[in-house]
Design a protein around this ligand. Structure first.
Ligand SMILES: [Fe+2]
Length: 233
C-alpha cells in the first residue's frame, strides 16, 4: 500500500507572527494555499512553546487560530484548520506538567514535544512518564534531527515501548536537513518506528521542497506498511 503523505498534517508553524514560522497573515495564507494545492485537507498547526524564546500558550495561540480561520474562510480555501503546540522539553514544560496546566493537544490527547538540538534532556524518561500519567499521548517531533541519537535505533525502540509515538519530518525524507538526517529518517521508517509524518513547514523555502517528488518514493511503501496515524486526525 502506498501512503499518501499530503492529507492530514499535524506539525507546522503557520499562525501569523507567533514564532519563527509565518511572519504575518499574508504569509500564513500563502503557505496554506500551497499546502492545500498539494492535497492537504486538514492542517493542525503547532507553534513553538520554548521558554526564553517563544512564550506561547492558549492565550496567544487560540485567538491567532480564530483570526487565521476567518481569513482562510474569507479567501475560500477549503482546508480544516486546528492548532496545538510544539513544546520544547525544558524546565518550563516540566513546570506546566507539575502545575497540571492543561496542555494544547492534537485531537484531545496527543502532545507534540521536541528535544533540544544540543543534548538529550537528562530526565526525559520521567517527563514522558509524567505526561502519560496526566493522560496525554506524547509524540516526539522529528527524532531523526537529534544528531546525538543518530544510529541509536535501540533508544527509539525503548521510547516506543514506553508509549512515545514518533513523528518524522517529510522535509527530512527530502534531504532538506542533510544526508545524515535523511538517513536516520529512513532508518526509523524502515524499522517501523514512525507513527506520524509532518511537514514542519515554517516558510516558503520549506514549501518549495515539499512541492517536489520525494527522491526515493519507496519510502512511501514502507510508510504504507507502518501504522501511520495521520489519517485518524
Ligand atoms: Fe516544528
Amino acid at each position: 500500500m502506498h501512503f499518501d503523505l499530503n492529507r492530514q498534517d499535524m506539525h507546522s508553524h503557520l499562525l501569523p507572527g507567533l514564532d519563527d514560522g509565518a511572519k504575518d497573515m499574508n504569509d500564513s495564507i500563502s503557505l496554506i494555499r500551497q499546502l492545500h494545492a498539494l492535497g492537504y485537507t486538514k492542517l493542525i498547526t503547532t507553534p513553538h512553546i520554548m521558554s526564553g524564546i517563544w512564550y506561547n500558550d492558549a492565550d496567544t495561540i487560540l485567538p491567532a487560530l480564530d483570526a487565521l480561520r476567518a481569513e482562510v474562510e474569507k479567501e475560500g480555501i477549503n482546508v480544516e484548520l486546528d492548532a496545538a503546540a510544539e513544546y520544547l522539553m525544558d524546565d518550563y514544560f516540566e513546570s506546566l506538567l507539575d502545575d497540571k496546566t492543561p496542555l494544547l493537544t492534537i485531537n484531545g490527547k496527543y502532545v507534540l514535544v521536541e528535544f533540544p538540538f544540543i543534548a538529550l534532556p537528562v530526565n526525559y524518561r520521567s517527563v514522558f512518564f509524567n505526561m502519560k500519567m496526566a493522560g496525554y499521548e506524547p509524540i516526539l517531533a522529528h527524532p531523526e534531527r537529534y544528531m546525538y541519537q543518530h544510529g541509536q535505533l535501540d533508544f527509539y525502540h525503548e521510547l516506543q515501548e514506553a508509549g512515545v509515538l514518533l513523528q518524522v519530518n517529510i522535509l527530512s525524507l527530502h534531504g532538506y536537513y542533510g544526508t545524515r538526517v535523511q538517513k536516520m529518517a529512513l532508518q526509523l521508517v524502515n524499522a517501523g518506528l514512525v507513527q506520524f509524518t509532518g511537514t514542519d513547514a515554517h516558510h516558503q523555502r520549506h514549501l518549495d521542497v515539499l512541492c517536489r517528488p520525494l527522491p526515493d518514493a519507496s519510502v512511501l511503501t514502507k510508510l504504507g506498511e507502518a501504522v501511520i496515524k495521520n489519517e485518524l486526525l
